[in-house]
Design a protein. Structure first.
Length: 269
């Protein structure tokens, strides 16, 4: 598998760079704040690759972002084939539009919320859940890169209230994350209030990405996967739906105030 070959390449490069720097596992471990046994476990594949460890290793070994970049490649290879074309469109976009009446979009999710959502799929092992969480967190780098796209998300207010026993804490954290992201100048989050009732977006989620050349690509998810929409008629239909759902949503400031109210309602009394 491609993913396995990339992870093995990461371990090989890590070992090669460490030796080239004249560092023993113990010396290197002190610099990256890991024990020598932990360094050995990473290099031999006994311990899973860790983003924080590789980022620190890149810094200590003066390797630029080599190890972290290779890890991102491995994480992308874990994504299902139907999702990869959209990931490419997403990474190259200058503008991103997301509407979801059911869930927080992946790029806005906390690790704990993502983990809870992924566990809905009882065919995933715990290791598979963690791999998908890591890949989802990697996607979020788009929002914090040097030249991020304009990102606009429209959500139903009800998405923030979908809790069960033991999940209130996760939602408090998740709503806090939304409030934090909404403060960024290039991130716009809008809620469709409950009072709107049924609207054109109630039939399901969709996303749109605008490339540097001005063209739009859409994406639809369903129970068995998803599909990229790139034909003129389909894209035009999604852009029309977007304008309609955006018109139902509250302005940015009112949305933030409402998110704070909902977050407070989840707090222990």
């Amino acid at each position: 598998m491609v993913e396995e070959s990339i992870t093995e390449l990461i371990r090989t490069q890590l070992r090669r760079l460490r030796i080239a720097a004249g560092l023993s596992q113990e010396e290197f471990g002190r610099l990256v704040h890991f024990s020598s046994s932990a360094v050995s476990a990473v290099e031999t594949g006994v311990r899973p690759l860790d983003r924080a460890f590789l980022a620190r290793a890149d810094e200590v070994l003066n390797s630029g972002d080599l190890l972290v970049t290779l890890l991102r490649m491995a994480e992308r290879d874990r994504e299902p084939s139907w999702f990869k074309p959209w990931l490419e469109a997403e990474r190259g976009a200058t503008q991103l539009r997301y509407f979801n009446p059911n869930l927080i979009p992946g790029m806005l999710q906390t690790e704990n919320y993502a983990r809870a959502v992924l566990r809905f799929n009882d065919t995933f092992s715990e290791a598979e859940v963690e791999r998908h969480v890591a890949a989802r967190m990697t996607r979020q780098d788009i929002l914090t890169r040097e030249e991020p796209p304009q990102y606009v998300a429209v959500l139903d207010e009800s998405v923030l209230s979908r809790t069960a026993e033991g999940l209130s804490g996760i939602m408090v954290e998740q709503i806090g994350r939304l409030i934090e992201l909404a403060a960024l100048p290039h991130v716009h989050i809008h809620l469709v209030p409950r009072s709107s009732g049924l609207h054109i977006g109630s039939s399901g989620p969709f996303a749109l990405a605008r490339s540097a050349d001005g063209g739009w690509v859409g994406h639809l998810e369903h129970q068995l996967g998803g599909a990229v929409v790139d034909d003129e008629h389909g894209v035009a239909a999604l852009l029309t739906k977007w304008e309609n759902v955006r018109a139902e949503a509250l302005p940015r400031r009112q949305t933030i105030d409402l998110m704070k109210e909902v977050q407070a309602s989840h707090e222990p009394q």
